[in-house]
Design a protein. Structure first.
Lengths: 156, 156
DNA sequence: GAAGATTGACGGATCAATCTTA
DNA sequence: TAAGATTGATCCGTCAATCTTC
């Protein structure tokens, strides 16, 4: 059964695109100005920090990161040179490599986090009520859940 | 007065980033597969189509476009070669140029629109109620309004 | 042969410099 | 001097090819 497109769908999607386009550069610049970290680097540190033992396989890191995605390999190169992460072999599988946050990486992340959160509060959340924020999150997470399921169906 | 970051803020912002990261490539590929148009080209046609007399100054087009942004000049080059837009001089101001949609551009846009709307309905809106869609739009448009005002304050 | 990861090559996005007109 | 637009150089992001291990 073909779904009939609703006008509200493209309107809401357009708002997502516009918010993203308007805010990402601004937040990126604020973060860089106050901490020296690009949003892409922060994104990697954020995911590693949240991960078990602060380490992720390269492919899992690629799946989670929302900015660079296919660029993780080179990104980790650069961050390794900067001393924020290291690569470690996986003893259980010689094909895969872990990216591991260093203690220096953790220090840098902790120092940058307040600036990141403040930028989001100012640029994104300032005019919204806490319940509006929770509502946006609930609805958009529903999109992601539905989307994951849809992709899974294709794979069957 | 410093605003204290709320946990809901970064959570909601994270959801925006994840939805964007997950859906843009999928919608782009669906659109290209069924119409041959990239999302960037469609974006330009969409803005020109909505504009008065289907024309915009290059800088205004750059402000509206959500994907390419700084690339409008070269984008219009390519689309001009493809016959979808033309450049026209502005009789009132010799510095500025208009990008104008051709009738061929309009034809291509009209043929592509159903595929674009269907992709959004399937990939983004399928699991959402119409009122959820309206809610997301209302809240995110509020972010944009507040953000425009904030930037305006900086300029003062 | 397939999964995990890296690399070279290419196209997209951005910055600064430039050109023209106001 | 500034606004509008384009261009060259450079960096980011992606695809396909490759290498290694399973």
């Amino acid at each position: 059964m073909p779904k009939i497109p609703r006008p509200e769908s493209s309107a809401a999607w357009g708002s997502v695109l516009r918010v993203h386009a308007a805010l990402v550069p601004v937040i990126d610049q604020r973060l860089q100005a106050s901490t020296g970290l690009s949003l892409a680097w922060y994104d990697v540190l954020l995911e590693l920090n949240a991960a078990d033992e602060r380490r992720l396989r390269m492919s899992d890191l690629g799946d989670r990161v929302v900015l660079s995605r296919t660029r993780v390999s080179r990104l980790v190169d650069e961050m390794e040179r900067a001393g924020l992460v290291t690569r470690e072999a996986n003893p259980d599988d010689g094909r895969s490599a872990y990216a591991v946050m260093t203690s220096e990486g953790r220090r840098v992340f902790r120092r940058a986090a307040p600036a990141y959160l403040a930028a989001i509060e100012d640029e994104f959340a300032a005019t919204l009520s806490t319940s509006d924020l929770a509502t946006v999150r609930r609805i958009l997470d529903g999109v992601l859940a539905g989307h994951a399921e849809q992709s899974a169906q294709v794979r069957r």
